[in-house]
Design a protein around this ligand. Structure first.
Ligand code: GLA
Length: 367
């Protein structure tokens, strides 16, 4: 073989093999469906580089855009940490979800207090909220393609919804001080500011957990009815989707996607993970039954089946499903090692502690 031919053949082999390894990622497998995202935090962006990041096409900041982190006191806005995340997303070609503007957690301890220490008035609280929303959406501009405007506003008790609708909302200070208007106003403020900035393409979501449970779904739908009756510029529902292996109901999951889509809303899965402990069993709290060293194959098989079936449904509903995000990247870094049981090792994602794909990865990628 002459030298020219041999170099060309080697180049061809090289490009075919690198092409092969590049073609199949979660992001590429779902390119015609929806972005595949993950929540990252500041330590993760150091830990997760290279091929692992290429599996995704979207990023959510685990904490860095929350109120307490960007607006720790009335007079200060601190964006350094979030800006690093924005730069990481940009350099890895990831879209970003903005999470989250208004929540009852991750807020300064004096948010609901007036200057004299008494409970703040409704007008002053709404003015603070407007200042926050204006500042934050202006700062991030088109770096994010959608915002979770309000997080976890719906009551999460299993009490049936009362006919007068009086138990639809969580009894947080936001609600007790402002009533449901704070949700409506949060969307109106966000839309008004974004439109004024020429960012009408940025979509606005309501985000919550348990949105596939029949009782909570009924309450969420009642809130959506209230918002839509008042011309709320809501574009979509974020179903957080924190499951554990004993709690996933495929039919309720699908029914919920359909119910929110029937309101004319996009649906995103925003915080997907599958906890490997069945919380309905007493053994899940007993350290003798924890999987501290490795995830047993039979438990991984149950988790894989949940991921496989959920993604089948998501693909079938690709007309209404506009994003699917895991609440973490790989099993070596997860909030579920601390919650609900401190120190209990969990394995909720489709990449393992060594970052290698798990059986669930192939189950959702190779369809
Ligand atoms: C909720 C919030 C997330 C995160 C998780 C737990 O789902 O929306 O931002 O705090 O709880 O980590």
């Amino acid at each position: 073989m002459n030298r020219y031919l041999s170099v060309s053949v080697s180049l061809l082999v090289l490009s075919l093999s690198s092409c092969g390894s590049q073609t199949k990622t979660l992001a590429s497998a779902y390119a015609d469906y929806f972005p595949i995202g993950a929540a990252f935090n500041q330590s993760n962006i150091e830990m997760y580089q290279g091929d692992l990041v290429k599996e995704f096409s979207s990023l959510t900041c685990e904490n860095e855009m929350k109120w307490l982190n960007v607006h720790p006191s009335d007079t200060s806005y601190t964006y350094e940490a979030a800006d690093k995340m924005v730069a990481y997303a940009k350099s890895n070609n990831l879209k970003m979800r903005g999470h989250c503007l208004v929540w009852h957690e991750a807020i300064p301890s004096d948010l609901f207090l007036a200057k004299d220490g008494s409970t703040i008035s409704k007008a002053d609280l709404l003015a603070k909220m407007k200042d926050h929303i204006d500042n934050v959406v202006s700062h991030f501009g088109d770096a994010v393609y959608c915002w979770d405007v309000a997080n976890e506003v719906v009551d999460d008790s299993t009490d049936a919804m009362l006919q007068d609708g009086s138990n639809v909302y969580r009894n947080s200070p936001w609600y007790t001080i402002c009533g449901p208007e704070f949700v409506l106003d949060a969307f109106l403020y966000a839309r008004e500011k974004l439109d004024a900035l020429g960012l009408s393409q940025v979509k606005l979501f309501y985000n919550d957990y348990g949105l596939a449970l029949p009782t909570k779904r009924e309450k969420a739908l009642a809130m959506i009815d209230y918002l839509q009756a008042n011309h709320c510029p809501i574009d979509g529902i974020g179903m957080q989707s924190h499951y554990h292996i004993g709690s996933f109901s495929l039919s309720e999951f699908e029914k919920s996607i359909e119910a929110y889509a029937a309101k004319g809303l996009q649906v995103q899965i925003t915080e997907f993970d599958v906890d490997v402990y069945d919380e309905t069993l007493a053994t899940s709290k007993n350290a003798a039954y924890w999987y501290q060293d490795a995830l047993p194959a039979d438990v991984e098989a149950i988790q894989t089946a949940i991921y496989r079936r959920a993604f089948q449904v998501l693909r079938q509903h690709k007309d209404s499903v506009t994003g699917v995000t895991f609440w973490g990247v790989a099993d070596d870094s997860t909030w579920l090692d601390k919650s609900p049981v401190e120190g209990r090792k969990n394995y909720p994602y489709v990449f393992g502690v060594d970052h290698a794909p798990k059986t669930s990865y192939y189950a959702i990628r190779d369809f």
